[in-house]
Design a protein around this ligand. Sequence first.
Ligand SMILES: NC(=O)c1ccc[n+]([C@@H]2O[C@H](COP(=O)([O-])OP(=O)(O)OC[C@H]3O[C@@H](n4cnc5c(N)ncnc54)[C@H](O)[C@@H]3O)[C@@H](O)[C@H]2O)c1
Length: 360
Amino acid sequence: MINRLFKVAIIGAGIGKNHLNAFNTQLDRFSVKYICDLDVDKANRLISNNNTKITEDYEEVLNDDEVDLIDICLPPDLHFEYVKKALEAGKHAICEKPLAGSLEEVDQLIKISKKTKKNIYPVFQYRFGKGTKQLNLLIESGLAGKPFVASLETYWNRDSNYYDVEWRGTWKGERGGAILGHAIHIHDLLTMIFGDIFSVYAKLSTRVNNIEVEDCAALSIQMQNGSLVTSSITLGAANDTSRLKFSFENLTATSGNSPYKPAEDTWSFEARKPNDQKKIDEVIGNVGNISSGYAGLFNEIANNLEGKKSNEVDLNDGRKSIEFVTAVYKSFNEDKNIILPIEKESIYYKSWIPKKYNKN
Ligand SMILES: NC(=O)c1ccc[n+]([C@@H]2O[C@H](COP(=O)([O-])OP(=O)(O)OC[C@H]3O[C@@H](n4cnc5c(N)ncnc54)[C@H](O)[C@@H]3O)[C@@H](O)[C@H]2O)c1
């Protein structure tokens, strides 16, 4: 079957560069018509052909009838407004993490998506790769059994140069610290593998850099399936590693140390009863090389837009991620175990940003 070609506009030429590279691995499905950035020279440095236009004017992109899909790669404080404008102009939107700055904003986006019948695809590219596919198959086949515990490590290294970019490290621009900006990926992976979160108790601290937001955290999490999880986070590690370890009734699954592509790394799946190892090895051996990272995500988005069977990240996933972030900040501020959901009546539903920084 012939695939449809979707015309894309990438807004923001920072991480937008990685998005462009991923779209370019699927030229039969995506054609990048625009890169839009206020810094036109930066945008120009990304392209090597004449098919992609550079513009600093978002309105030009919105008014172009040929554009199907707008890919928001802007600083976090602009996500809500730019996604909203994309949908209201009749385009589908992809949005880098975090999807929005509050649950209230996410719910507004859900309403706008329903009204305009245009989709919003939050970005969680860490989901896509061989290791997570193998683990999901082991769970689905019943070989993993009851989930017991997991430990998650986001040990990354960010020095003061990283915070030279104006929006980073601030409540106004970044909207949060390591919880919202960095460990958001590992917590998304957690929910993909262990399901929904029941409660969280959070300790946060700013210990590494001179910034407004947290850069270290220790979380104690209980899942709805009863399993228990610890998540340890720092932006002051000697190098960058992400590590996930899941203990099930019948096996223990351990990722490698790849910081930004954990699903693409080689995982170990070790049976508790040696006799089970053969069956486990058979299941994981059946997973070949699959499209991973951003390319894996965009491939699923194209499948979804074409009405094919798809495994994209959806608004429900995006909402869960923002609800968990909200619960973490509430837990830290109130020094309490927080049971989800966060109700609409909670002040945290509108914003988790400390009052003195929350002047819109
Ligand atoms: N999924 C991931 O692994 C991942 C990795 C890095 C960053 N991100 C996310 O991507 C987003 C962007 O991060 P970044 O590191 O690329 O930031 P960045 O500051 O490097 O790049 C953002 C770009 O947006 C441009 N810009 C700012 N305001 C604009 C406007 N109004 N119109 C057009 N262009 C504008 C800037 O000139 C800049 O080039 C953030 O939300 C960040 O959290 C995600």
